[in-house]
Write a protein that binds this ligand. Structure first.
Ligand SMILES: Nc1ncnc2c1ncn2[C@@H]1O[C@H](COP(=O)(O)OP(=O)(O)OP(=O)(O)O)[C@@H](O)[C@H]1O
Length: 595
């Protein structure tokens, strides 16, 4: 590294650390050593150790004004891509000269005392992908950051920023948050990608996803002409729809009473169906399930079919009907209710809507699934089905899901590397077992994600909702991702499970939220890796914990293979299970050696 870079770096750090009144013990950072070769703390260089690529000085107790002298030295300005000064005590404004660091891709300044307007020059940093300025005291309007086309992340919550939110190209964004500022006007369209929590706390903002609508402007003559055209077209369409709806309503009315009788969540007082009558008379549960399935060939089943689970011991169908139900979630495919029965048993009842599987097919599928048991896959206890609606009854697992573990508030409880690795290995093994057993039946999980990985009472991973989605509905990985040449493989739901398992592995490694859909996270990781910043993808808490970089990289490689866009390039679940287990064995060996 040249002399100019060395001395400007030493000055930069010296200026910020001398302001805190305490001399920060930090290794290196003196003119007699080399920032790259002597590994100055917080400095990361290229592979040849000749150019400084990144500066990370988070939580260093730095104070005083932000000086951007580092952007004056041409060689440093040309190589520096990341400047991160998170959680210090730096104050004052961001100088306009920050734009001299033309190659910055990430600027992280959250958690400081910075104030004033963001410099207009920031919008000239065309390579920026991520800006983090949360928890500062910035005011005024944002520069036109929408000009920067490759932005993926903008975090600015908890400032006093005002004016309109720039018209960002949200389709590329992975993270966005401007909550708790003074922004006003309508929220730019983001296709539902970011929720209320990204925008709340700005009294002047309006429009979706916020509940308050924006005031409407009066229509122009052009608008009036256009709308009258639409109106005539709409009217014709409406007439057509009304006729259709009336027809359908008549049909539905005939059925609705029967459906309500059995929807546990509607807590009706209706009489029981034939299978529960049999239940009362003391027939064993497995017999009931068989008789019900065989006897019921009508179009609408009115009975709850109890499978062979021992957990349900003593539960009657009307217990389920009368028990209070609490809505836990409304997912893409239906709703989930927590039901507490009189005898204290707590159940989770999934109500699936609009699954176009026939009743008989559904019953056969549930029976087949009931024959395949794995300790880390939650079995259904009972089910109900009509043409419109399907109910699945599961044991309620009170320890939450992997999603909550990764993203919930745990008040300082660390989700450690070894736990993450164990969960990954458990999911892969359970999935390998299920895939093997159900290969011929073509029943894959279909909706594997971190909220469908629960923790059982031993805090082991337990996959739920296996096989609940019809095959055609589980094809949510778009064709443009997989490419037309692999259409045949797109139809393979087992390969889709592998993709989703890969995304879960990525979540475990990065700690990142799957905001909109799985592809965003996979795309982000693939892009960071292609820029050779692999280590940057890992969850900071894993790095801080001192988790083995080698083993994290190994797991990352598996995740990358699983999320290959061409299904045929993804490994088989057996290969994945074997690979993850070998990392686990390595980890266990190293723990033994260290102790
Ligand atoms: N058996 C269970 N016991 C306890 N919690 C559960 C159980 N099954 C699911 N949950 C949790 O209840 C919440 C709602 O579940 P739901 O299945 O409706 O959501 P989802 O998985 O996000 O949606 P979907 O499966 O429809 O795509 C999730 O947080 C999930 O982790």
């Amino acid at each position: 590294v040249d002399v100019d870079t060395r001395s400007i770096l030493a000055n930069f750090f010296g200026a910020l650390s001398s302001n805190n009144g305490v001399s920060t013990p930090i290794s290196g950072w003196n003119l007699t050593s080399d920032p790259c070769k002597d590994r100055w703390t917080g400095i990361f260089c290229d592979s040849k150790n000749t150019a400084v690529r990144k500066i990370y000085l988070d939580k260093m107790n730095l104070a005083g004004p932000l000086n951007v002298s580092i952007c004056y030295v041409p060689s440093l300005a040309a190589s520096l891509s990341v400047l991160s000064l998170i959680n210090n005590n730096i104050s004052g404004e961001i100088p306009e000269e920050i734009a001299n660091c033309m190659h910055l891709t990430r600027l992280y300044l959250s958690g400081n005392q910075l104030s004033g307007k963001l410099p207009q020059s920031l919008a000239r940093l065309n390579n920026l992908k991520g800006i983090g300025i949360s928890d500062n005291k910035f005011t005024g309007e944002l520069p036109d950051l929408a000009r920067i086309t490759g932005m993926e992340m903008f975090l600015a919550e908890n400032n006093q920023l005002s004016g309109k939110i720039p018209n960002f190209e949200f389709s590329n964004f992975l993270l966005f948050n401007v909550s708790f500022n003074n922004f006003s006007g309508s929220i730019p369209r983001n296709g539902g990608k970011f929720s209320v929590s990204s925008f709340m706390g700005n009294p002047g903002l309006c429009g979706p996803p916020l509940p308050n609508k924006c005031p409407k402007k009066g229509p122009s003559t052009d608008d009036i002409l256009m709308y009258s055209g639409y109106f005539i077209l709409g009217l014709a369409f409406l007439l057509f729809v009304i006729v259709k709806i009336m027809k359908r309503k008549r049909e539905e009315k005939e059925k609705i009473e029967r459906v309500n009788k059995v929807a546990a969540v509607d807590i009706s007082d209706n009489k029981l169906g034939p299978s529960s009558a049999e239940y009362k008379s003391g027939v064993s549960r497995s017999e009931i399930s068989m008789t019900s399935v065989d006897a019921d060939s009508a179009m609408v089943s009115t009975s709850l079919i109890v499978l062979t689970s021992p957990v349900i011991n003593g539960l009657k169908f009307d217990d389920l009907l009368k028990a209070p139900a609490e809505l836990l979630g409304r997912g893409k495919h239906g709703s989930l209710y927590k039901v507490i029965c009189d005898n204290g048993m707590v159940l989770a009842v999934k109500r699936i809507k609009d699954w176009t599987i026939s009743i008989n097919e559904f019953k056969l599928r549930m029976q087949r699934l009931d024959q395949v048991k794995h300790p880390n896959v939650l079995p259904a206890i009972a089910f109900y089905c009509s043409r419109k609606e399907k109910l699945l009854v599961y044991e309620y697992l009170q320890n939450g899901s992997l999603f909550r573990l990764l993203h919930g508030t745990h008040m300082g409880v660390r989700f450690e590397w070894t736990s993450r690795l164990n969960i990954a290995a458990t999911i892969a093994e359970a999935l390998a077992f299920m895939h093997q057993e159900l290969q011929e039946d073509g029943i894959a999980h279909g909706n594997l994600k971190s909220s469908n990985v629960l923790l059982n009472k031993n805090l082991e991973a337990c996959i739920t909702e296996y096989g609940l989605m019809a095959d055609e509905e589980s094809q949510s990985i778009p064709n443009n991702i997989t490419g037309p040449e692999s259409k045949a493989n797109v139809m393979n739901p087992f390969k889709e499970d592998i993709y989703r398992l890969g995304v879960i592995l990525l979540q475990l490694l990065t700690g990142k939220l799957v905001q909109n859909n799985e592809f965003d996270l996979a795309k982000w990781v693939h892009s960071v890796i292609s820029e050779e910043w692999t280590v940057e993808v890992f969850d900071r808490s894993l790095v801080q914990e001192g988790a083995s970089e080698e083993r994290m990289l190994h797991l990352l490689q598996i995740a990358i293979k699983c999320t290959k866009s061409k299904p045929e390039e993804r490994p088989s679940i057996n290969q994945v299970a074997v690979m993850i287990n070998s990392i686990k064995e390595d980890e266990e060996r190293s723990v033994v050696l260290e102790s």
